[in-house]
Design a binder for this molecule. Structure first.
Ligand code: URA
Length: 243
């Protein structure tokens, strides 16, 4: 068997840690004696794992994830590698909702980890001065990758929507941000001309909803006008969050 290289091991480790964090763990399960015995070259005697604390919201979110299971409710299940449920802080006041996983997200099982993800992280961390993992939760309208990155179809969105609603009900954010036309149109149940309606407030299932441009669109049309638009939208979000 080939020994994995350092970067694959680090990626695996990061994914495992993010998985535990998403599951609501605030501490890493740690068999402390294992370390001290290893340090003194004695054979390790496993001890019970440290007790871990989980928030109520994280527990509820976990239940939603469990209910989703190894989902086969729509045909996207056939081509996916991983279900991309969501990531971030279950206690966050701010939730971003994107369209659906792309190739990188499908590979790694986490939302917005590719190029568009880097842009989104930049918007959150540089533009809004927030911490992506601590201050936000990020998910998509569909949790499996549409083949060839096509737009998700109506039945696929409908099959996934109850889980999005349950995620939001578990998190109870102050603000939800729809990223791009497919997310905005899905959440509002009508075709949204996103360049016209971005920057406007709406209601989604009782949550305050802001519409903005998708980071992938921003990368494609990287104009001063579009960057200013997203900046202005995020300023409104920060104000609504009391920041
Ligand atoms: N684009 C999305 O809409 N969602 C992702 O998770 C990644 C890219």
């Amino acid at each position: 068997m080939q020994t994995p290289d350092r970067s694959s091991l680090l990626r695996e480790l990061k994914n495992q840690l993010l998985y535990l964090k998403d599951a609501g763990y605030s501490e890493i399960p740690c068999e402390t004696e294992l370390f001290s015995k290893a340090a003194s070259f004695e054979s390790p005697q496993p001890t019970p794992a440290k007790i871990m604390t989980k928030s109520k919201k994280a527990n509820q979110l976990n239940q939603v994830r469990e209910e989703l299971g190894d989902c086969t409710r729509c045909k996207l299940a056939q081509g996916r590698k991983n279900i991309v449920f969501g990531s971030g802080n279950p206690q966050a006041d701010l939730v971003f909702v994107g369209e659906g996983p792309g190739a990188d997200e499908d590979e790694q099982g986490f939302p917005f980890v590719g190029r568009a993800g880097k842009k989104l992280t930049e918007i959150i961390e540089k533009g809004m001065n927030l911490d992506r993992e601590k201050d936000t939760y990020i998910c998509n309208i569909v949790k499996c990758r549409p083949p060839g990155n096509r737009d998700p179809e109506k039945e696929e969105i409908e099959a996934c929507n109850p889980f999005l609603v349950q995620q939001l009900k578990a998190i109870q954010p102050k603000v939800v941000v729809a990223l791009g036309k497919p997310a905005a149109s899905t959440l509002l149940g009508r075709s949204v001309p996103i360049t016209k309606e971005r920057g406007t407030w709406h209601d989604y299932e009782g949550f305050k909803l802001m519409l903005t441009l998708h980071p992938a669109y921003l990368l494609r049309a990287y104009t001063i006008e579009n960057r200013k638009a997203v900046h202005d939208d995020m300023k409104k979000v920060l104000k609504a969050l009391g920041r």
